[in-house]
Design a protein around this ligand. Structure first.
Ligand code: IPM
Ligand code: MN
Length: 375
């Protein structure tokens, strides 16, 4: 079996951590008798600054035609205005491939120091399923100066499209606005994914996140959909948490959670907190998944430009993201082997990068995982 994988190292520490990820995936693929053919894409800050290109339709089409999956390092560079690369490459790719699920495991591994007092690996082990294409991320909004103005805004998705024609009349102050959109179809499919995921993992509870007490148009719609879907899964209990409250419970009682399903923006926020309770951003992987199409795997941390080229970043989040990719490619044994190797190296505690309180380099951490896999 041979898989063509698009690899986009990106900016900052991206290339260093991706190199370790590739090394590990090449090793595990050899052991498990399959091949990965890496197709390199240099999209990122340098390319943008040289050519003005973020990511073209042509590139996205080419990936669609020839690749099974995408392995991404990180995007973001201090020379480029915040949001340009993130929106122009990362979000563009998530939306183009309709990667509507963002799977973010929150799992404290043995040997990792947890900032929460008295919490152990058995207390912190759940998955956040973040909706990944809608909500405030649809990117429509604008500013309006005092007086009258008109605005046409639209969202175009493969599932649906929607246009807003706004007649604005502002008195007293200039304003800015941002429209969040969730669709019935878009919510239903990710909520179903969350319940199916819970069922597959033999979990018994799904927690849905919202802020239906204030942003009620959008999130009461979300809540109703959770109810509709939840009723179809009698073996799985479900409950609702407001987003502010869930941040408190993640810290106080993380053991309550099994599968958490959240709209896009709240999912973004709570998974940075999730990363911290599992030992830090250096250990938190994510998968942008289209269960019927092309998915993209990346660490959830950013490009950390300060550490670029220093070989000090922790590559484990990226390596773990690679394991998520193997699982999506249905190479479950290889995926488990990578996660077990990460677990064993952390438990032994002989190789630790700076963020874990050690002195080992990024490549030494990659080597330690490779060595474990070969035993
Ligand atoms: C993430 C990041 C992105 C997001 C940014 C970089 C656009 O924070 O993957 O969590 O908000 O989704
Ligand atoms: Mn984020």
């Amino acid at each position: 079996m041979k898989y063509k994988i698009a690899v986009m190292p990106g900016d900052g520490i991206g290339p260093e951590i991706i190199e370790q990820g590739r090394k590990v995936l090449d090793t595990v693929s050899e052991i498990h008798h399959f091949d990965i053919d890496w197709i390199h894409y240099d999209n990122g800050a340098d390319k943008y600054l040289e050519t003005g290109e973020l990511i073209t339709e042509y590139t996205l089409k080419e990936i669609k035609k020839s690749c099974k999956s995408i392995y991404l390092g990180a995007l973001g560079d201090p020379r480029v205005k915040p949001g340009i690369l993130e929106k122009g490459i990362l979000l563009k790719t998530r939306f183009y491939f309709d990667q509507y699920v963002n799977l973010r495991p929150i799992k404290l591994l043995e040997g990792v120091e947890c900032p929460l007092k008295d919490k152990t690996p058995k207390d912190i082990n759940f998955d956040v399923i973040r909706e990944n294409t809608e909500d405030f991320y649809v990117g429509i909004g604008n500013r309006a100066k005092i007086g009258k103005s008109k605005q046409e805004l639209e969202v175009i998705r493969s599932l649906y499209s929607v246009k807003f024609g706004l007649d604005i009349d502002t008195q007293g102050s200039d304003i800015a606005y941002q429209i969040g959109v969730i669709s019935k179809k878009g919510s239903k499919r990710v909520i179903e994914y969350a319940f199916d995921h819970a069922k597959k993992l033999k979990k018994t509870k799904v927690t849905a996140v919202d802020k239906a007490n204030v942003l009620d148009s959008v999130y009461s719609f979300w809540r109703e959909t959770v109810d509709e879907v939840g009723k179809k899964y009698p073996s799985i209990q479900y409950e609702f948490n407001y987003v502010d409250a869930i941040t408190m419970w993640f810290v106080k009682n993380p053991e309550w959670f099994q599968v958490v399903v959240a709209p896009n923006m709240f999912g973004d926020i709570i998974t940075d907190l999730g990363a911290m309770i599992q030992g830090g951003l250096g250990l938190a992987p994510g998968g942008n998944i289209n269960p019927h199409g092309i998915s993209m795997f990346e660490p959830i941390h950013g490009s950390a430009p300060k550490y670029k080229g220093q070989n000090v970043a922790n590559p484990l989040a990226t390596i773990w993201a690679g394991a998520l990719m193997l699982s999506e490619l249905r190479q479950q044994k290889a995926s488990d082997a990578v996660i077990n190797a990460i677990q064993d190296v952390l438990k032994e505690g002989k190789t630790k990068t700076k963020d874990l309180g050690g002195n080992n380099s990024c490549s030494q951490m990659g080597d330690a995982i490779v060595k474990k896999l070969k035993i």
